[in-house]
Design a protein around this ligand. Structure first.
Ligand SMILES: Nc1ncnc2c1ncn2[C@@H]1O[C@H](COP(=O)(O)OP(=O)(O)OP(=O)(O)O)[C@@H](O)[C@H]1O
Length: 270
């Protein structure tokens, strides 16, 4: 039994527009995945169904065997943390400390325990030195880490990140990669929506492609990024290294190391 399951899930918005159609997905604990797809494919709608921000119109979402139709939002958000695409939709406290601590308020923790949890989440997000600052004193890229820290502090088993690399420089993108590995080592599940294909190749072993409201494929990055028909039908592009390898006539390459190795062997044998 998977920890998180979408079973034949469809969702229509109030205006009648169906954004997710008959979707089936399963996630075990410790299993991370990237969700990719064109704008409007239904990615954000799908993840909002996972944490009960939306409730399926048809089908069922089960979290640890509990249907989101029967659970409260508070029950589900203890298990599934969601980091919004835009941090400014999530930040409303006047210090970073208070922002990270906010989700812990109902847990009736002693102030020392609370402080330890806030500091641990801040540390991993590179914010430990800024806890007394106003969130808006920090640039957008760091504000995104404030919202990640606020979710991590509540210690959910599943963390959903919506476009985490958007607006991030290389250093912050590397920090995100380390964070995802760290969470996987703690048996957490990280589900990341992204348009950043290089990030997908570096950080994920499982990729889910959504197109036109539906799941098109759920496979490894190599299978996804060398499935030319899938990419064409889903209007997706290969990562740059795959494109370069393709131009050189090498199929199935995913990383620069693999490309250099293949090129060395070809040169050697020729
Ligand atoms: N509140 C809403 N009411 C009606 N339609 C909506 C609403 N929110 C989203 N949609 C529509 O549902 C479809 C799927 O939107 P969704 O945000 O899930 O796509 P997405 O794959 O996350 O896209 P993006 O990459 O642009 O964030 C889009 O056509 C969008 O316009």
């Amino acid at each position: 039994m998977s920890y998180l399951s979408l079973k034949n899930v469809s969702y229509s918005y109030a205006n009648g527009y169906e954004a997710v159609q008959n979707m089936n997905l399963d996630f075990d604990l410790g299993e991370s995945a990237a969700i990719i797809g064109q704008n409007g494919a239904g990615k954000t709608t799908a993840v909002k169904l996972m944490n009960r921000l939306l409730i399926p119109t048809k089908g069922e979402v089960l979290v640890n065997n509990l249907s989101t139709k029967e659970a409260t939002t508070a029950e589900i958000s203890k298990m599934i943390g969601y980091v919004f695409q835009n941090p400014d939709d999530q930040i409303f406290q006047d210090t970073i400390y208070k922002e990270i601590a906010y989700g812990l308020k109902n847990q009736k923790l002693g102030s020392d325990v609370m402080k330890n949890k806030v500091e641990a989440a801040a540390e991993i997000c590179g914010l430990k030195e800024s806890l007394n600052e106003h969130p808006y004193n920090l640039p957008y890229s760091k504000r995104k880490f404030i919202t990640i820290a606020a979710v991590l502090a509540t210690d959910p088993n599943v963390i959903i990140l919506d476009e985490p690399t958007a607006g991030q420089d290389r250093e912050s993108t590397e920090r995100l990669g380390k964070l995802i590995s760290h969470l996987a080592n703690q048996n957490k599940t990280v589900i990341t929506i992204t348009h950043d294909m290089e990030f997908v190749v570096r950080e994920f072993k499982r990729v889910i492609v959504l197109a036109d409201k539906q799941k098109r494929r759920d496979a490894s990055p190599r299978e996804i990024f060398w499935d030319e028909e899938l990419l064409r039908l889903s209007d997706l592009k290969q990562p740059f290294i795959c494109q370069l390898a393709d131009t050189l006539g090498y199929k199935g390459i995913l990383t620069i190391e693999e490309l250099l190795e293949r090129d060395k062997n070809e040169t050697y044998y020729n």
